[in-house]
Design a protein around this ligand. Sequence first.
Ligand SMILES: *Cc1c(COP(=O)(O)O)cnc(C)c1O
Length: 359
Amino acid sequence: MSINVTKAYLPPLEQYVGYLEGIWERGWLTNNGPLVQQLEADLSAELDGSQVQFMSNGTIALQVAIKALEMTGEIITTPFSYVATTTAILWEGCEPVFVDIEEQTFCIDATKIEAAITPRTTGILATHVYGYPCDVLAIEEIAKRHNLKVIYDGAHAFGVRVHGRSLLSYGDISTCSFHATKLFHTTEGGAIIMNDKELARKVWLYKSFGHVGDEYFTLGINGKNSEFHAAMGLCNLPRVPGFIAARHKLVVLYRQELAGLPLQFPESQEASLEYNYAYFPVVFETEKQMHQVKDALAAQDINTRRYFFPSLNKLPYHTGADCPVSEDISRRVLSLPFYQELHLRDIQRIGIIIRSNLD
Ligand SMILES: *Cc1c(COP(=O)(O)O)cnc(C)c1O
C-alpha cells in the first residue's frame, strides 16, 4: 500500500452529516452563515481573543492581508516558504525583497532584515516555517523603528504558542491555511487573524466584494468560505490537541529510527515554545543523498516532498538576490510522510530505506 507524505484527517461521517442536516434545514449555504460564525468564534477563543475571519484559502488570505495593510512597493520576505508567500506579494503588484534564513529554524533571519530596508519598503511578510516561530519580538521592534507593517504566514503554525500566547496572534496580521494537508483543516480554507477591530472591518469588506448591500466602499474580491467548509472545521477543531499529541509521539519514533545518521533537523531554541509537530522534514548532507533516498522511497511507493524547493529567490518567473543558506537547505531538504495514522512499522521501513541509501 502506498504511503503519502500527508493524509487528511476525516472526522466520523455521522458527525459531519449532523452539521449537513442543519444546513439543509436552514437552506443557508454561504455568506456568513451560522456555522461560519460559530467557527470564527471558536477560533477566536482558541487564538487568544483575536479577530478571526474565515477565508476561502490561505493564499487569498495573504493577498487580502497585503491589501488591507496597504502595503506597496517593497515587501521584505523569506525565500524559504511555500510559493504562495511570494506569489501573493507579486499578485498584489509589490516587489518581494528576499532576506536569507536562519540555519536552525529555517525562518527569516531577523538580524539581516534592517540591511534590506529601503525608502520603498512598506512591510515584512515572514513564514513560521514548519510551525517554528520567527523571532517575533525582534521583528516587532524592527517594524516599529521603521514604521513597517508585519504579516506572518502562519500556514504551518496552528496550535503553536510562544511567550504564553498563540503564535497566530503576532504581527499586524497573521494568516493561516486550513487546506486538507494542514494540521487543522476545513477541506479548503484559511483565516486572517488580527487584533484591531477597524482592520477586521476592512478585511471583511475586501473579502466580500467591497460592498455592504447597496453601498459600495472599495475594490474587493470573493474571499469568503461556506457552511460546508465551516462544518468540517467544527468537527476537526476540538481534535487538534489529540492530533498534536499523536504527532509528537511519531516524531519521537522517527528520531529514534534515524538516530546516529548524518541528518539535520530544523529546531528552535525558544524556551517558551509549545510546538505543534506539523511536519517531519530532514536535511541530508548532500543533494545527491536526498535524491537517492527520495527515489528509493518512491520505488517502494512511499511519497516524500521537496518542501521547500526551489528557494523562492530562484523562481523561473521572478529572481531575487542570492540567499545562500536558503538555497543550500532547499536543495537538501525532504519532508517525510507524516500524519496521525502513520504506523510504527511504516516509520521503521522508512528508517531502513534511508539508512541504506546514504552512501
Ligand atoms: C499551504 C500554504 C499556503 C497556501 O495555503 P492554501 O490554503 O493552500 O492557499 C501558504 N503558505 C504556506 C507556508 C503554506 O504551507
